[in-house]
Design a protein around this ligand. Structure first.
Ligand SMILES: CC(C)(COP(=O)(O)OP(=O)(O)OC[C@H]1O[C@@H](n2cnc3c(N)ncnc32)[C@H](O)[C@@H]1OP(=O)(O)O)[C@@H](O)C(=O)NCCC(=O)NCCS
Length: 181
């Protein structure tokens, strides 16, 4: 049985080696095809992401083994044009959408499931639980990612496609529906 638990930034950091293993399984291959240099930066990237205000997430356990994770942080009051992703968003989206990306939105930074445990609904459980108490949320995924099916099924809205960091991506947003209110 898969057990899904809410965790804070400290616990996520404590599990960096397990998370790095899943990250490598998830992002070394297509469509992301991240080079070794980028994969090797995972521990530093995780530390940076989890230093943001409101950082936390959920872990999925199969017994003692971590088999999936979602984590993110609270959106800032305004996007930061000195950050390359934020700068790309500022030019890609309408002012109205841009406003919805700042506080009190929640940003989903990463969603990943071990290759041995996919298509069992783990990512859907993680994502649903992570945004359940958020007023709204957003994330970026690769334009060719299988995850797009998952997000559509979970009620996320595709807003705009654009390029960032050499990757074609799509912005998705989420807000509570009548069932969640
Ligand atoms: C994308 C990912 C998180 C999905 O995890 P998962 O636990 O297998 O997802 P779920 O079982 O909850 O899938 C729910 C639904 O999403 C869709 N879906 C998930 N993976 C899919 C795939 N490979 N191809 C097509 N549809 C897919 C399906 O509709 C699926 O329902 P179904 O199995 O009943 O058909 C996982 O494949 C992964 O870690 N991929 C690499 C990392 C990544 O792309 N993360 C998202 C980037 S932001």
């Amino acid at each position: 049985m898969i057990d899904v638990r809410h965790v804070g930034a400290r616990t996520l950091l404590d599990h960096t080696p397990a998370l790095e293993g899943i990250y490598r399984q998830s992002f070394a291959g297509p469509p992301w095809s991240e080079p070794e240099a980028k994969l090797a930066q995972f521990p530093a990237q995780l530390r940076r992401q989890l230093s943001y205000r409101g950082a936390g997430g959920l872990l999925a356990f199969d017994g003692e083994a971590i088999v999936g994770a979602v984590y993110g942080w609270a959106a800032p009051e305004a996007l930061r044009p000195d950050n390359p992703l934020d700068a790309a968003l500022v030019t890609a989206v309408t002012p109205e959408t841009l406003g919805s990306l700042s506080a009190p939105a929640r940003i989903v930074g990463e969603l990943m499931v071990a290759s041995t445990h996919r298509r069992r609904g783990i990512a859907s459980r993680l994502l649903t639980a992570y945004v359940a108490d958020a007023p709204r949320a957003w994330l970026i995924t690769h334009r060719d990612s299988d995850a797009r099916h998952l997000y559509r099924r979970a009620g996320w809205c595709e807003q705009v496609e654009f390029d960032t960091d050499g990757q074609p991506v799509v912005l998705l947003t989420w807000a509570p529906g009548p069932a969640a209110q």
